[in-house]
Structures are given as C-alpha cells and as structure tokens.
Design a binder for this molecule. Structure first.
Ligand SMILES: [Zn+2]
Length: 165
C-alpha cells in the first residue's frame, strides 16, 4: 500500500503552504538540511530530485532525507555514510570530517576529557572541519561530541542541581 497524499473530497487542506515538514514514511517532523549536504552524501546525484530537503531523525525509519516540496525520499542505502542517528549505524561517527567514532569520543571522555576541545585534542576530531559537506545534518560535529559529553555527565551524576528547563 502506498500513502494517500490526500483525497479529492473534504479532507484536510494544507492551508496556503504546500510544504511537507514531516517524513512521508513515518510522519516524524523533519529538520532542514542544505541540498549541498544531500548532494555530497548521496550515492548517485541523479537521486537528488529536490531542493528543500529535510532529514528524518527517527532512528527506526529508513528515510534519511525527504524533499518537502515533492515528497521524494532518500533512504539509508542511498547515502554513502552510516547515519549516526539511525539504528545500526556502523561505525557510528561523531565527527565525519576526521572520521572519529562515537566510541573514540566516549573513550576520550572516560580518560578524562571534559570539554569539546579536550575531546578534539584527544581524538583528532574536527581537524579537517568540513561539516556542511560531510555531516549528514550539514552542521558542525561539535554538537554530537557535546551530546556524548552531556550523556556521560548524566550517568556519572544522576542528581543534577542545574535542572534543565
Ligand atoms: Zn521517517
């Protein structure tokens, strides 16, 4: 069964804005990503059929990118790198530019690195920074490393006086 994009009679009208912001497969809200990133990571440029790509961060969904204008999708096997936020990514890169894995970041943290720059110094992450092209989200790898640090901090001190808002 394919997906019903809408029917002719009395169904929801997408107001004046035809943009699809959610994944056509799982319905997860997508995050905008530059077409340059998509073009760089796709296995075949001909697969790129839009300009307004978003990424689906649902770890169980095979869709990596979808176009918010025409709904075309690119799945895990149509991109050249393992996607860190999808289940089963192997290896799970924290920094795509320098090919540093999440495991290496965790190891650095276990050995005492406490800040992003300490992690970078220990692992060599972000040395050849070209995140816009190499990272599937088109953003700096910094965020992923920070996430590992935050997670590590949480497991170490379950009672955090600075509760997040
Ligand atoms: Zn999805």
């Amino acid at each position: 069964m394919k997906f019903l994009i809408g029917n002719s009679h009395g169904s929801r009208v997408l107001a004046s804005n035809p943009v699809r912001s959610s994944c056509p497969v799982c319905g997860n809200e997508g995050t905008s990503v530059g077409v340059m990133t998509v073009e760089h990571l796709v296995t075949d440029r001909d697969l790129v059929r839009g300009e307004k790509y978003r990424t689906c961060m649902n770890e169980d969904c095979d869709v990596v990118y979808f176009d918010s204008d025409n709904g075309s999708t690119l799945t895990k096997n149509q991109v050249i790198v393992p996607i860190w936020f999808k289940r089963g990514a192997d290896p799970k890169y924290a920094c795509y530019c320098s090919q540093v894995t999440e495991a290496q970041v965790i190891e650095a943290v276990e050995h005492g690195a406490r800040t992003v720059s300490e992690v970078n110094a220990a692992t060599g992450a972000m040395k050849n920074s070209n995140c816009k092209k190499n990272n599937p989200l088109g953003v700096c790898c910094h965020k992923i490393i920070q996430e590992v640090l935050d997670r590590q901090e949480l497991t170490k001190s379950p009672i955090n006086p600075f509760t997040k808002q």
